[in-house]
Design a binder for this molecule. Sequence first.
Ligand SMILES: Nc1nc2c(ncn2[C@@H]2O[C@H](COP(=O)(O)OP(=O)(O)OP(=O)(O)O)[C@@H](O)[C@H]2O)c(=O)[nH]1
Ligand SMILES: [Mg+2]
Length: 316
Amino acid sequence: MGEKKGFFSRLVEGLTKTRDNIVSGIDAVFSGFSKIDEEFYEELEEILIMGDLGVKATEAILDDLRDKVKANHIKQPEECKQLLIDSIKEQMKVEETAYRFENEKSVVLVIGVNGVGKTTTVGKLAGKLKDQGKRVVIAGADTFRAAAGDQLKEWANRSGVDMIGGVEGADPGSVVYDATAAAKARNADVLLVDTAGRLHNKKNLMNELGKINRILEKEYPEAYRETLVVLDATTGQNALVQAKEFSDVAKISGIVLTKMDGTAKGGIAVAIQSELGVPVKYIGVGETIDDLQKFDSDEFVNALFDVDNNKENEEC
Ligand SMILES: Nc1nc2c(ncn2[C@@H]2O[C@H](COP(=O)(O)OP(=O)(O)OP(=O)(O)O)[C@@H](O)[C@H]2O)c(=O)[nH]1
Ligand SMILES: [Mg+2]
């Protein structure tokens, strides 16, 4: 409970810029309009789209809000703020946000373009899983960028887990091959694979990820597969394009959305869920290990609007 509360306030703080961007605009519409009319909805629509929620999610949210306003006979704009919050939450519900890989013998492949936070995410996940008593092996399959191996090694040392690979210039495919052998020999619970974000060109990168994927399928079929695409929230709508590109080479099972703390574009979390239909499983709101957390859409929207969970429960 204490930890959860700690993270909630971290989340509230991390989402400050996004809140300033979206929520203050929403509040201005609620206080600036004296009745609920077409113009009111249009203003709201503009704020949600400008806030990176995406056209699809925005339309669905507003349709839902209109229905709720009608059904509840709401006349005053101020009265429908909670309804809007509920509509956003509903839009973000995905069928199942599973963390099955935590409880099974599994391999987690972490992919994404350069600089989004892959290595940091692998490091943070390794630490968290180790703390849960899991046996973890990390594969450093980014052999392209010179300092990549050292950076990952630091995380591995910090959390006390084994690392394979990370040697500059080595073949990423053989690193993954060796890592699966090590994971089997050491009876690892989770094998985490960090990959390169940049090669000579994008086609090479995608080909290589395809190859890594095939090696994992062939060499470690008994492991439960999780493929996480890491996206940098500060890139806004571009993040959606990236995720779609990666879905061509691998079956994506989840998204990690990083750098939510440094951006006004946190609304992208809503767009990702509705446009891609892939759950956001983790979000990063800072650079320390505690800043990577499992994503909970209700908690996210509460933090965005700075609605206290307990207070809300009391009202119910
Ligand atoms: N503020 C903030 N910074 C983050 C977050 N996640 C990662 N970073 C920072 O982003 C920078 C890049 O992170 P990396 O983990 O090296 O990214 P990468 O995807 O592995 O990069 P390449 O290996 O070059 O492709 C580092 O300085 C991280 O500390 C986050 O949630 N918030
Ligand atoms: Mg990296």
